[in-house]
Write a protein that binds this ligand. Structure first.
Ligand SMILES: Nc1ncnc2c1ncn2[C@@H]1O[C@H](COP(=O)(O)OP(=O)(O)O)[C@@H](O)[C@H]1O
Ligand SMILES: O=C(CO)[C@@H](O)[C@H](O)COP(=O)(O)O
Length: 483
């Protein structure tokens, strides 16, 4: 078997994949997020480790882990985890949805006019490099002590193997990688006062980076098996659902919302904040549009409306019909990346009257996230890449009602496959299986998951939603200055 570990924002998931490609067990442990100041978003790396240890220990009670041949790692991207020379964590990790480094982004682009050519991307807060510049300017004593900068899953790897290593897909999200060359860029590193010695060694997603340390192996009832590079959660999620060829795409409904498409060449649309990164398999790249708050808006709305769970919130929304006097929701609760690149963008409810109640708000939130996802799809398609199939993954994809609404809003056929909700952990386990079967054809280990439901867009509803989306977009344009 293969063990896949996904350090998500809302929790750590561990799954066991059988040699035949079946998920035989899984366990999740929740994580919380801290927002100590406006625009800040942090987690304590010690909590990541506690949750990981608990998740794997719980899995070992469901299923003996003695037959695990390799471990694959994946996780939330871009987080800055900084260690001192004794390899102690210096401060809470600054996460992917943290907007504090907006001015540092402008400074980096001004200092390095070719930064978009090297990285393929617009410099955005949330990416790792501008956060390190923020630390240099705002916490200089701490910055001076930094010996290593690690991405979240690579901090777990360090604790599991004693090795500093990363993979190309996650490293691409730092803005220190030359994405076309798949190597660290000395120029980008030096612009933030760092060198290669601060970075982990680079691997492709399906390469072995080290072995599980003996004390952990015995704690979890495993051998000292290889730990594989793995990938950022989106690239690994794509591998999990079998996406590695140009034209394959997915929509990931996690804390963030991501439209991800595989490309065999290096394309980009930095002006509209489309991300252009390496894929987790050699010689492949991908594009993605990222919205910072997607399914997390449902958690927020469930809390706001006093509904017990996201499932209940969706049931509430289902009781409403698209109204004559609708409510609109701008889902920018943590600012936004694609297409606005604006950490100061705000969540907004518009159109409320005495007639509206919690159900209308629930519906507006589901629709608003859908409109924002459709905006992201449009700007990705503007690169010329036109995917021929779109698979839904992530916790939000568990709702058939929301899945159909997203097909109606986007006007695209959306496919839901069994097991898509554990996508990244499954992808990490699949990368581990590929690594242990080097030389065999990839296709053998990347079967598409069984199709559970196909959501065809309803053309009448799509036309109505297209009208509503015009107002959604206009609202942002008019409110941007006030935000
Ligand atoms: N039944 C459900 N229907 C729709 N959304 C759900 C359901 N259950 C959980 N979710 C959503 O799934 C999200 C978590 O998805 P997940 O892919 O695990 O995120 P992450 O990788 O960011 O930790 C939560 O924000 C929650 O709103
Ligand atoms: O910032 C990005 C991608 O660029 C996010 O997608 C993070 O990688 C977090 O993912 P989830 O926890 O929402 O899966």
């Amino acid at each position: 078997m293969y063990l896949g570990i996904d350090l998500g924002t809302s929790g750590v998931k561990a799954i066991l994949l059988s040699e035949e490609g079946r998920v035989v067990a899984s366990h999740s442990e929740a994580l919380t997020l801290s927002r100590p100041h406006p625009l800040w978003s942090e987690q304590n790396p010690a909590d990541w480790w506690t949750a990981t240890d608990r998740a794997v220990s719980a899995l070992s009670k469901q299923h003996a882990l003695q037959s695990v041949k390799a471990v694959g790692l994946t996780g939330q991207m871009h987080g800055a985890t900084v260690l001192d020379a004794k390899h102690q964590v210096l401060r809470p990790a600054i996460l992917w949805n943290d907007g504090r480094s907006f001015s540092q982004c402008g400074k980096l682009e001004a200092d390095l006019p070719d930064s978009r050519q090297i990285t393929g991307n617009l410099m955005m807060p949330g990416f790792t490099a501008p956060k390190l510049l923020w630390l240099r300017e705002n916490e200089p004593d701490l910055f001076a002590k930094i010996d290593k900068v690690l991405l979240p899953k690579d901090y777990l790897r360090w604790l599991m193997t004693g090795v500093f290593a990363s993979d190309m897909s996650d490293a691409a999200g730092t803005m220190w990688l030359d994405v076309a060359k798949r190597d660290w860029s000395d120029k980008m590193l030096s612009a933030t006062g760092l060198t290669r010695k601060h970075m982990p060694e680079l691997f492709e997603g399906n390469q072995i980076t080290g072995q599980l340390l003996p004390e952990l192996a015995s704690r979890w009832g495993m051998d000292c098996v290889p730990v594989i590079a793995g990938g950022g959660d989106n690239a690994a999620g794509a591998v999990g659902v079998g996406l590695y060829k140009t034209g394959q795409a997915m929509l990931s409904l996690g804390t963030s919302g991501v439209y991800f498409a595989v490309s065999d060449g290096f394309l980009s649309n930095p002006q509209q904040a489309v991300h252009s990164f390496c894929h987790a398999l050699p010689d492949t790249w991908h594009l993605m549009s990222v919205m910072l708050s997607a399914a997390s808006c449902l958690d927020w709305a469930a809390n706001l409306t006093g509904t017990a769970s996201v499932g209940e919130l969706i049931t509430l929304a289902q009781k409403t019909q698209p109204a004559d006097s609708p409510v609109w929701f701008l889902p920018y609760l943590s600012g936004e990346r694609t297409p606005h690149n604006n950490p100061n963008a705000k969540g907004t409810l518009f159109g409320l009257t005495h007639q509206h109640g919690p159900a209308d708000i629930a519906r507006a939130v589901l629709e608003g996230v859908g409109f924002a996802l459709a905006d992201g799809m449009d700007v990705l398609h503007a690169t010329g890449l036109k995917p021929h199939s779109i698979t839904l993954i992530g916790g939000g994809a568990r709702s058939p009602y929301w899945r159909q609404m997203l097909a109606d809003i986007s006007g695209k056929t959306l496919e839901y496959r069994t097991g898509g909700d554990v996508g990244p952990a499954l992808g990490a386990a699949r990368l581990a299986q590929i690594a242990m079967n080097a030389g065999k054809p990839l296709e053998q280990f990347l079967p598409e998951l069984a199709l559970e439901q196909v959501h065809e867009p309803d053309s009448v509803k799509h036309t109505a939603y297209a009208e509503r989306r015009k107002v959604f977009r206009e609202l942002y344009v008019r409110l941007e200055g006030l935000m």
